[in-house]
Design a protein around this ligand. Structure first.
Ligand SMILES: [Cu+2]
Length: 168
């Protein structure tokens, strides 16, 4: 009796295993096709014509604070681009900021996107256009590096290495 019951249980597991496996392969094929479709327009439109370098945030012992993310963007494409979104694993949110200078002290203001003109190098810095990372989730130690995604309107999502440095 025990042997029959065990065999029955094994059989059910086997069937379950095969179903799960074929389901996973289906997802894998679908995933590869989706990645292919997603990458192609990026390469066709801009590809490596747009490069992000020298991305950096200041080191901090505090958690839950807001920090500017600076970077250099070289856009050799024939059309202007724009930064739409940024996602970093060590911050809850990211916004795009510009700095207004009038009477009184300069003030940061949120903007919908950061313009990236064509055939130019754009520096994102705390005293001009920059990305502001909000609510940091951990301490940031000098010398550490993280991978953030910078999403451009035309060039698509760029995986970007962000260095933590004492002097940004
Ligand atoms: Cu800011």
């Amino acid at each position: 009796m025990t042997a029959i019951a065990t065999s029955g249980a094994d059989g059910r597991l086997d069937r379950g295993g095969r179903i799960a496996l074929s389901g996973e392969s289906g997802f894998l094929v679908f995933g590869l096709v989706a990645v292919g479709l997603w990458l192609t327009p990026g390469f066709a439109a801009a590809g490596d014509a747009l490069q992000v370098t020298n991305a950096r945030v200041p080191a901090s012992d505090e958690v839950g604070i807001d920090l500017p993310l600076a970077m250099t963007i070289r856009n050799d494409a024939t059309e202007a681009d724009a930064i739409l979104r940024v996602r970093c694993p060590f911050a809850n949110f990211a916004v795009k900021h510009t700095v207004d200078r009038g009477e009184g002290a300069p003030a940061m203001r949120e903007i919908k996107s950061i313009p990236i003109p064509e055939s130019k190098t754009t520096e994102l810095k705390h005293d001009g256009h920059h990305v502001m990372l909000l609510q940091t989730r951990q301490k940031l130690v000098d010398g550490e590096a993280f991978t953030c995604a910078v999403v451009f309107q035309k060039a698509g999502s760029k995986e970007t290495e962000v260095q933590v440095s004492r002097t940004p």
